[in-house]
Design a protein around this ligand. Structure first.
Ligand SMILES: NC(=O)c1ccc[n+]([C@@H]2O[C@H](COP(=O)([O-])OP(=O)(O)OC[C@H]3O[C@@H](n4cnc5c(N)ncnc54)[C@H](OP(=O)(O)O)[C@@H]3O)[C@@H](O)[C@H]2O)c1
Length: 324
């Protein structure tokens, strides 16, 4: 019988792309969300379920019905700028919500992979490995580090893995252009886009992150932290330029800028590039080279089209109950 994966954040940029990867590899997938309506017009081979992680009973009931072999906790208050302004909400979602997920997983004895972020680092050094001390300077990073510590202090839940990822990039979603879509779509329409020259990260293809998670889970690397960064340390402007070159999008609308030049941009973290050597050593995992990844984005169907294509072959309507 196919193994089952329950995703919190099932409408998120990661959740949608990951679902396409998991379905393609033969897993059954449940997408937990507060907004199942987003999928109302897409035929799906995944089970879409109302599961607000701040409502522990609702979450418990959704997870128990699906009986997954793994929970991937990707739901988050994930916008760093907004987290500065709405600190209580960010804390609630990222810490209380994560605590609820841990509670449900513990009660039902299901392992969890938690998605954390490169923004737990202060950005002074770059090329961060797992042994480097995390000292977040922005609220979003603080809440995600607190959430990490909930796993690390667990006594009852023994099967967890923390995956810290860098900026994830992939095909735009109808409700979230993501990265690089937020910039490339505007440029395609002849608009101008301000991009930072002084912010460095290790952008990683979102489906590479999904692949790394599957492999860490299957190899049972419990109670460990892994950095899942992309192949290069790169700033935003160079990244978007290289994507646009492959996608044949004019870049004349790019305005190069520094973080200091944008007063409202208060989350100025300079270089949080990640060193993924531990993952590469442990699993012989390699991120897709950027130009190859860009070609994939330009030529492959969107993740929603991919998810829909499985719907014809995999009847999922009974998935939530077939084990009961
Ligand atoms: N994207 C990146 O580049 C990046 C980089 C590093 C780390 N991460 C981490 O990776 C994870 C996934 O990121 P993402 O880009 O996919 O995020 P995203 O696109 O912003 O999606 C966030 C998800 O969280 C869900 N959510 C928010 N509040 C919720 C609640 N109370 N109950 C249930 N679900 C809730 C949203 O679902 P509904 O609104 O539909 O309920 C949405 O599906 C996050 O944990 C983020 O911190 C992301």
């Amino acid at each position: 019988m196919a193994q089952r994966i329950f995703l919190t954040g099932g409408t998120g940029f990661f959740g949608v792309h990951a679902a396409a990867v998991f379905l393609r590899r033969g897993y059954q997938v449940a997408l937990g969300t507060r907004q199942p309506v987003l999928y109302a017009h897409t035929p799906l081979a995944a089970w879409v379920v109302q599961a607000n992680i701040l409502n522990q009973e609702e979450l418990f009931s959704a997870v128990r019905r699906f009986q997954p072999d793994l929970i991937i906790h990707s739901a988050a208050y994930s916008n760093p700028l907004q987290a500065e302004q709405h600190r209580v909400r960010a804390l609630e979602m990222n810490v209380v919500g994560t605590s609820n997920v841990i509670g449900v997983a513990t009660a039902l004895e299901i392992p969890v992979v938690f998605l954390s972020t490169d923004l737990v680092f202060d950005g002074q050094k770059g090329n961060y490995g797992e042994e480097d001390v995390a000292k977040p300077i922005i609220e979003y990073g603080r809440t995600k580090l607190l959430a990490e510590s909930l796993f690390q202090r667990q006594v009852l839940l023994s099967r967890w893995i923390i995956v810290r990822t860098s900026l994830m990039f992939g095909y735009p979603l109808p409700w979230n252009p993501g990265y690089p879509g937020f910039a490339s779509e505007a440029l395609r329409q002849g608009k101008t886009v301000r991009l930072f020259t002084d912010q460095y990260r290790s952008p990683v293809l979102v489906s590479d992150v999904a692949d790394a998670i599957l492999r860490l889970w299957q190899a049972q690397h419990w109670r460990q932290l892994f950095h899942v960064g992309g192949p290069e340390r790169i700033n935003r402007v160079d990244f978007v330029r290289r994507f646009c070159h492959i996608a044949d999008i004019p870049t004349t609308g790019i305005i190069e800028t520094t973080m200091e030049e944008v007063p409202e941009y208060t989350t100025r973290v300079r270089d949080v590039s990640l060193n993924a050597a531990k993952l590469q050593r442990t699993l012989q995992w390699q991120p897709t080279p950027l130009e190859e990844a860009f070609h994939q984005l330009v030529t492959e169907p969107s993740p929603l089209e991919q998810i829909a294509s499985f719907a014809t072959s995999v009847p999922i309507s009974s998935a939530a109950t077939s084990r009961s």
